[in-house]
Design a protein around this ligand. Structure first.
Ligand code: TNX
Length: 526
């Protein structure tokens, strides 16, 4: 009797044990499925911006001298486009590996190959989404559009050893990529960097270098601030004094400079090959002294204003009640829209403190209509949204926490909150470059926020980080202010806020630094 009871008890305990074992296994595997979205920095997982889904598998793929790149598109035209992306990838890895990988058009992926294709890509991936499957046999990258393949290439670069970014041959290294599966697409369609080339002028090569560097973090817009009080930086054939006079100096009195229309097209094409759209801005009606110094008829007394090389803002204004102003602006917009393929033209609209409000409201409405006449979508800084002449066909670029009018009108908004995303704000008190009027922006501050803190999700087009250049004179200073904060902004724009957190990001960022150094980017090291 007793023995039987003990027996029963044991059986019961064993039963309980088995039940709890089964339930813990169920919970474990269930969580594993769930956790796919929240992988941490283990497994050498360092990608920035963080992909939506990263699933490590066993093994690795090794790029070798005899590896090949295979490509296939849904049409001949698409295959051509993909072949350029393949060339770009090959060019990126050639200096360090020394491998001259062949690029072959073929609709399958043999062993040892890297295969780039849009065949099988589906619409739900979006234009920039992609899937990468890495196995010891090959790498298969699929996207709905070639653009998605280009974004995927940036991910792949980051999965190779950091030495891949060196521009000299590296020997005795295994170019391995961990087996895994990645599925990815961006949260926001607009992920931009702005460079102010008006306060200080930067050459075509300096701009190209910044485009090249930003592309690796999947930045897809470069906004060029082409005019301000201190300089007019784009050739306008009908009004040559804009550059003869208006481009002849900069902050501090240096020689300034400008882009010929050919230079501009060259920048646009270079950016396009990296799937970055150039968005041109002429700032109006304020920030316009360079134009007013170029042509006397724009001023009430018919006299040219003096050129300006200081850093004050808010003192200049176009005449808002003079038809000649609008004819002049239309000529400029007409020439610009002929050479700029972007669907956007930025018309400024900020800090027009020398323009009476009524004139401002009329002016921005009128200029927005000129831009639309040439088939472009106007963007304007706040407070452009407060003009009754502005409606939801215009996009607001929001730099202060004021967008009530835009919300009311259901305007789309680009978030560039100064205290969070201004690349010209100092990191700390010791920064040798930069300003601090919007506060200091250390790396943690640059990362730990979300666009939805400032506007409803459905109105947000995306993020832009502007670099104003009153204190920035060269590429070295530019790099320092942009990196590594641009990585924060790239991730805020790409990765959903639910899967981002600073503690985990910090680890990935740390590992990115060696890559930045290998590319000779003069980043700020905290
Ligand atoms: C404000 S924010 C400006 C720029 C200055 C910048 C300096 C905005 C749209 N205008 O004119 O360069 O501050 O941080």
């Amino acid at each position: 009797m007793k023995i039987k009871e003990i027996d029963k008890r044991y059986k019961f305990i064993i039963f309980l044990f088995i039940i709890s074992l089964i339930s813990s296994l169920v919970i474990f595997f269930y969580n594993k499925e769930e956790n796919k979205l929240t992988v941490t920095a283990e497994n050498d997982y360092i990608i920035v911006p963080k992909p939506l889904l990263y699933k490590p598998e066993k093994g690795e793929f090794i790029i070798k001298e005899d590896s090949s790149i295979y490509i296939a598109g849904n049409s001949e035209e698409e295959t051509e486009e993909i072949s350029k992306i393949a060339e770009y990838f090959k060019g990126k890895i050639m200096p360090a590996t020394g491998f001259d990988l062949p690029i072959i058009k073929l609709q399958e992926a043999p062993e040892g190959s890297i295969y780039l294709t849009t065949i099988g890509g589906t619409e739900d991936m979006g234009n920039e989404g992609y899937q990468i499957i890495i196995s010891p046999e090959n790498i298969k990258i699929t996207a709905y559009k070639p653009e998605g393949l280009f974004r995927a290439i940036q991910t792949l670069r980051q999965m190779l050893p950091p030495d891949i970014e060196k521009d000299t041959l590296v020997s005795n290294i295994k170019w391995s990529i961990a087996s895994s599966r990645i599925e990815d697409k961006p949260e926001y369609e607009y992920r931009g960097l702005m460079l102010d080339v008006a306060r200080h002028f930067f050459t075509v090569d300096e701009i190209k270098r910044q485009i090249e560097n930003a592309a690796q973090y999947k930045i897809n817009k470069l906004h060029l601030h082409l005019s301000d009080d201190q300089g007019w930086r784009l050739e306008i054939k009908k009004w040559p004094d804009l550059t003869n006079i208006g481009a002849s100096t900069e902050v501090g009195g240096g020689p300034g400079g400008f882009y010929s229309q050919e230079d501009f097209i060259d920048i646009v094409n270079f950016a396009k090959e990296r799937y970055i759209e150039i968005i041109p801005e002429f700032d109006m009606p304020g920030h316009s002294n360079a134009a007013l110094a170029s042509y006397g008829f724009l001023n009430p007394d018919g006299q040219r204003k003096d050129l300006y090389t200081g850093t004050e803002v808010g003192f200049s204004s176009f005449r808002t009640d003079d038809e000649k102003t609008y004819e002049f602006i239309e000529d400029i917009i007409k020439e610009l829209s002929a050479i700029s393929p972007s669907k956007y033209i930025h018309i400024g609209g900020d800090e027009a403190e020398a323009t009476p409000k009524e004139g401002y409201d009329y002016f921005v409405g009128r200029v927005a209509k000129i831009v639309q006449k040439y088939g472009k979508i106007p963007i304007g800084w706040d407070p452009i949204d407060t003009s009754p002449e502005i409606d939801s066909s215009v996009i607001l670029q929001n730099w202060r926490d004021t967008n009530a009018a835009a919300r009311e009108k259901r305007m789309k908004i680009i978030i560039s909150i100064a205290g969070k995303s201004y690349l010209d704000m100092k990191y700390d008190e010791n920064s040798s470059y930069g300003l601090d009027w919007a506060g200091l922006i250390p790396i943690e501050t640059s990362y730990s926020w979300d666009l939805t803190d400032y506007a409803p999700k459905e109105l947000i087009l995306g993020i832009e980080a502007p670099l104003w250049t009153e204190t920035i004179e060269d590429g070295i200073a530019m790099d320092y202010m942009i990196y590594p904060r641009l990585l924060s902004y790239a991730e805020i724009g790409w990765t959903p806020k639910e899967v981002r957190n600073w503690t985990e990001y910090k680890i990935r960022l740390e590992k990115q630094k060696e890559r930045l150094a290998n590319q000779q980017i003069n980043y700020y090291n905290e």
